[in-house]
Write a protein that binds this ligand. Structure first.
Ligand code: G4P
Length: 342
């Protein structure tokens, strides 16, 4: 069994830049991916062998995401940032590059930042460990967490305390007794911000009125003695004009399937799964050695047939198989797979 991940040659986790514009997401089909800016590092697709299967890679879709309300959100985050001592950024451990909004690093410059590699229960543990050490070399404290079960979440406060020890001491030196550190949680949609907040929340909210200068309506809650969080996380939409980033967000469900051609997306995912070749993938769909040499669209039909998904006349229901494949990938039923390596 081979478990590989996409390779990134540069040690830079910035996103490719993108356009800004009107709201909504749009998907087009095209025979070629959108060209990328040369300077911007981006996740690279898993290299496929020169086999008939490579033909399916020709059929890609350009996923474009136009976040219309980004400016307003960014302004709010910038305002609230003045009130916090640190930022907790939540990213998806399966796609640590694509699930980071490039604005977060810029907006939070100068603030101590902790990165939570969430959904680590669905990511390849070895690659998650590589991400933790990669980020530590960049002076970012990273903790793998599974907010659904709570695994790893108990490390959050101790790591924050260590990170902010100098700041806490300086407040004490200024005469503050038991200074309270404020932390803002940020991340793209669906990354698990609410799940994290629900898990750490002790449901003891302070009133916004107690906090001079706090954006009206903002609520704080105590996580642990000496730590408070804003209860509304800073939500930033993913930004990209790179095809791989868009696909990775779509594979993991960060972008909803309704805006995409599901069969094309499944075919692109199969291009990767054929290379990664986890035992779960092989066994779940009862795939033979020969099946791995099929072009991905034929493999999708094979999966449909193996699963008894047929339409009238005995034809394979590839659309149903595409939905199933994506659902099962998103639920980690095809193995713990990380699509992006440091
Ligand atoms: P958001 O606030 O950032 O938008 O994300 P949210 O917490 O709503 O989480 C999005 C989805 O991700 C939810 O699933 C949630 O259960 C799931 N999730 C969050 N953290 C983890 C994790 O560490 N591991 C796993 N496996 N899943 C996680 P959902 O299907 O949309 O909702 P639900 O049916 O689980 O309630």
């Amino acid at each position: 069994m081979k478990k590989s991940s996409n390779q990134r040659s540069k040690k830079n986790t910035n996103h490719p830049q993108t356009r800004n514009g009107r709201s909504g997401a749009r998907m087009n089909q095209t025979s070629k991916s959108r060209s990328a800016k040369p300077a911007a590092p981006k996740p690279k697709p898993v290299k496929t062998k020169k086999s008939p299967a490579a033909a399916s890679s020709e059929h890609t879709q350009v996923i474009q995401w136009y976040p219309g309300h980004m400016t307003k959100t960014k302004r709010r985050i910038e305002k609230d940032l003045k009130l916090v001592d640190a930022v907790a950024e939540i990213i998806d451990a399966r796609i640590p590059i694509s699930s980071r909004n490039p604005d977060i690093a810029r907006l939070t410059t100068g603030k101590p930042r902790i990165v939570l590699l969430n959904k680590c229960d669905m990511a390849d543990p070895r690659t998650t460990a590589q991400w933790v050490s990669f980020l530590s070399r960049e002076n970012v404290r990273a903790i793998p967490v599974d907010c659904k079960s709570g695994r790893g979440v108990d490390r959050f406060v101790p790591v924050l305390t260590e990170m902010l020890s100098e700041r806490i001491e300086s407040y004490k030196a200024k005469g503050m007794v038991n200074p309270s550190m404020r932390v803002m949680i940020v991340g793209i949609p669906n990354v698990g911000k609410s799940t994290f907040i629900n898990r750490i929340s002790k449901k003891t909210k302070a009133n916004a009125a107690d906090r001079p200068g706090v954006t009206r309506g903002n609520q704080w809650f105590t996580v642990s003695k000496g730590f408070e969080m804003l209860d509304t996380p800073g939500v930033l939409w993913p930004k990209f004009d790179d095809q791989t980033v868009g696909e990775h967000l779509a594979f993991t469900g960060a972008i909803k399937s309704e805006v995409m051609d599901t069969e094309l997306l499944a075919i692109r995912l199969l291009d990767l799964l054929k290379e990664l070749r986890t035992s779960e993938f092989e066994e779940r769909y009862k795939l033979s050695e020969d099946d791995f040499t099929l072009p991905s669209y034929e493999l999708l039909e094979k999966i449909a047939r193996n699963r008894g998904m047929l339409i009238s006349g005995g034809e394979a229901d590839s659309e149903r198989a595409a939905y199933t494949l994506l659902d099962e990938f998103r639920a980690a039923k095809l193995g713990r797979i990380t699509l992006e390596k440091p």
